[in-house]
Design a protein around this ligand. Structure first.
Ligand code: PPE
Length: 307
């Protein structure tokens, strides 16, 4: 299968890919009030499969829905089960999982009234988000002319579809200038995150990442903070400016899709030696050994299942 085939779980039923359709007056299509998740399933080194931090992703989906005052008509357990069943139905041993809760058609106008809340779960094979080379060699990043959300304008703890309009504007700008990704600053000018990833820098073996405020509380961010501390590194959740990245030894992005992607250049300045840094590589190796089920210490993060 690919992104355009297989079965999609739609409000409790599996439907063929081509039949998973909605009306053009779907409320979310007009106003962006939908909440979603991005989750990865890995084929482990021993041949089994696992979904990484499944329950926590589903919890974040429900948290996002709560922020948006959307009542998902299923329980968190039912959604976890539906995700595993989707992987089985599509015979997917490894790939990406995209649950989306959205407001259906009925009343038009900004106030969604009693329009129904729908839930779909799509799964598809997805390799390295920013390319296999990006994982090895690192990416080129440019500071965006767009600011990241002010926490009183958009709700930054929630993964809301409409939040990504800001990301799309920024990503188009970065791509037009031939960069792989862009760095987004908060409204005060401090480093926030990238369009779909959190950011870390390393200086003298100390890691820094922006505190939660204008950034999504990334589960990969949390994973990397835990792994780094367990490896003996100091990790500070602290505000920093873009020039602190220019003079950092290393920098990298984290996200479910992007995994752990080194940054080799920001705004035409090489970061460190202009390649994936040594500590970044150690963390990347540790991350992949965990998600591939090679490190039993973190087995609690893996939701193993039989396909
Ligand atoms: N910040 C943003 C804005 C974001 O969208 C993501 C995930 C993260 C940080 C990292 O969060 P986490 O995945 O829990 O570590 N972005 C998702 C969407 C990517 C897409 O193109 O769609 C993802 O990585 O799945």
């Amino acid at each position: 299968m690919d992104q355009n085939s297989g079965k999609i779980w739609f409000n409790g039923q599996f439907v063929p890919w081509e039949d998973a359709q909605v009306h053009v007056l779907t409320h979310t299509l007009h106003y962006g009030a939908g909440v979603f998740e991005g989750i990865r399933c890995y084929k482990c080194t021993d041949g089994s499969s696992e979904v990484f931090r499944l329950e926590e992703h589903v919890e974040r989906l429900f948290d996002s829905a709560k922020v948006m005052q959307m009542e998902i008509p299923f329980s968190q357990e039912e959604v976890c089960e539906a995700i595993i069943n989707s992987l089985r139905e599509n015979k997917l041993k490894e790939g990406y999982i995209r649950p989306l809760a959205f407001i259906g058609d009925g009343k038009m106008g900004v106030y969604p009234g009693d329009n129904p809340i729908n839930l779909i779960i799509a799964v598809w094979p997805w390799g390295a988000y920013l390319g296999e080379e990006a994982l090895q060699k690192g990416i080129r990043v440019k500071t965006s002319s767009y600011s990241r959300h002010h926490p009183n304008v958009m709700m930054t703890k929630a993964k809301i579809a409409g939040n990504y309009v800001n990301s799309i504007l920024a990503k188009r700008e970065a791509f037009a200038d031939n960069y792989d990704e862009c760095l987004m600053l908060d409204v005060d000018g401090y480093v926030a995150e990238a369009t779909g990833e959190n950011i870390f820098i390393i200086k003298n073996s100390v890691l820094k990442t922006p505190p939660l405020g204008s950034v999504l509380p990334g589960l990969t961010r949390d994973t990397v903070i835990t792994l780094a501390r367990d490896m003996g590194y100091t990790v500070k959740e602290q505000r920093f400016t873009r020039d602190e990245i220019y003079i950092a030894d290393e920098a990298f992005l984290t996200g479910t899709a992007a995994e752990l992607t080194p940054i080799r250049e920001l705004d035409s300045r090489k970061i460190g030696a202009g390649e994936a840094g040594a500590v970044t590589k150690l963390l990347q190796n540790e991350f992949f050994s965990v998600v591939l089920g090679e490190n039993l210490k973190y087995a609690g993060w893996l939701y193993n299942f039989e396909t």
